[in-house]
Write a protein that binds this ligand. Structure first.
Ligand SMILES: [Zn+2]
Length: 140
């Protein structure tokens, strides 16, 4: 099985920026869109405020789902950062992230490098998701 999500380079930069702005803690958020196309980024509060774990605020989560529905979009990606570890799903991630329809994206800032990787978890199997990053088209 191969999976892919499409996002703009601007959105990728926003993800990295969000990860950096929450240091030393993990950041987290949603990207909503249609099918495999990422359209809207929602930065969320990590209520755990931890460098090794994240948890959404259920009220914020509800608001995102509501706003997405209004825009005729659905949650496509759940993202979080790993400030000091690689862009791989941790054991805790695998315990807690279990929606087979969701793409889970990790932004690693280990060793001052940035690495983005995405995964789907289906029947306890991890599948890589290709990040298809498109440059933004500006009309001048
Ligand atoms: Zn994690």
């Amino acid at each position: 099985m191969t999976f892919e999500i499409k996002l703009t380079s601007k959105m990728r930069d926003q993800l990295i920026e969000h990860a950096k702005s929450e240091l030393p803690n993990e950041c987290c958020g949603y990207i909503t869109g249609k099918d495999d196309v990422c359209k809207t980024l929602y930065k969320m509060t990590n209520v755990d405020a931890s460098p090794t774990y994240f948890e959404f605020d259920p009220k914020e989560q509800f608001q995102v789902v509501k706003a997405a529905r209004k825009a005729n979009e659905v949650p496509v990606v759940v993202y979080h950062s790993h400030p000091g570890s690689p862009a791989r799903l941790s054991e805790k991630d695998l315990e807690l992230l279990n929606d087979p329809e969701m793409t889970y994206l990790i932004i690693s800032l280990e060793n001052n490098c940035t690495d983005l990787k995405a995964y789907r978890i289906i029947d306890e199997q991890i599948h890589d998701v290709k990040l298809n990053v498109k440059e933004d088209n500006y009309v001048s």
